[in-house]
Design a protein around this ligand. Sequence first.
Ligand SMILES: C[S@@+](CC[C@H](N)C(=O)[O-])C[C@H]1O[C@@H](n2cnc3c(N)ncnc32)[C@H](O)[C@@H]1O
Length: 396
Amino acid sequence: MNRDAAGQFLARLDEALESGTLVRLVLAGPRTAVVARQVQVRPVILKSGPCYSVVRHEPRRDLTQNLPAAEVARLCREELGRDFTSGHLHTPLASYQLECRDTVRSRISKSAGVPAVDSAALQHDRVRPRKVDAGATWLQRLGVTLADGRVAKGMESKFRQIHRFLELLDPLLADAESRFSQEPGRVLVDMGCGKGYLTFAAAEHLRRRADGPWQVRGIEQRPELVSVCRAAALATGMSGLEFIEGSIASAEVRRADVLVALHACDTATDEALARGVQLGAALILVAPCCHQEIRPQLVAPPVLERTWRHGIFRERQAEFVTDALRAELLEWAGYHTQVFEFISPEHTGKNLMISAVRCRDAGDASAAVAARALAHAYGIRRQRLAERLGVDLVGA
Ligand SMILES: C[S@@+](CC[C@H](N)C(=O)[O-])C[C@H]1O[C@@H](n2cnc3c(N)ncnc32)[C@H](O)[C@@H]1O
């Protein structure tokens, strides 16, 4: 890196930190896909005194830390140039932009300053900007919040889950953007929607996006839940939202750009995945629930045999093998697949999410080989998603 340009930028940063005039610092242009997309730094005042809020926008989450000035200076020295190709420093006197094209070419430019932050705005937001409005009538109607907007007792984890789901949705939609159908409008289908918490949340959230109009459909086999959902949709006047009574495998659904299924039981998750693939959904998002199908078939690979005297290891392997097979089968079906924890395990053990973005034609041979090897290692002969997709897990 051109040390003069970088040195000047870091010197301006030190001045801003020392004088308390930093309004905003952004590190952007990640050198690799694994680092955060961006790091944003802004001053805040906590009970313990002034410091800096540092938000790392990672691919699947935002990580926030509150750091003293010296730490901000250190992280910028470490990461700018190495992990990020550009730095943007904003103060009331001037703004500076550092561009590091490679290790030799870099340049700094200066532009007008930005307004100073007023001290009221520095008080650290106690409430993060929320994706879901706690005062929304549908949340009250479904019993998640009370009339005054507080979360109802016992519904805290549901509220958290709804919020997290919406946080994940936007970046995943961006990943799937180029794969959406060219037909007008977009359709999200929520399989096994239960009381419709996520269906309502999705409908409300998608209504605000510019890429609509979105139709949102909830599929549920229990008629009493469908009635609850329909009544709530009617009472709250939500448009573009409907609930269909039927099974995931056979309910009449002709289009799904996005298919979600959160905590649909056992093989219902496989049925949902299979329908997503068959409908050519650009994005499939499932949170598996119980893993019954595989458990009775499991045979311990020799190296694990002894460890399985502890039942919990066998349980966890059943979950692992089921979801690992699902991930391979989705890859086989032409989907770029990611598996991650979508909510902290301290809130629920059922916190695994599988996201799949359609990116190529079906038939990835290496994924089929991996799925068969996994099935063979654990003695699995049948798995619902494999059956639905027509992948033979036993054959060579
Ligand atoms: C644990 S609840 C989850 C509800 C909702 N997805 C959520 O996360 O709030 C699972 C729901 O899936 C429904 N379900 C399970 N298997 C189904 C199937 N094969 N077809 C339709 N609905 C199904 C159940 O009736 C239940 O309402």
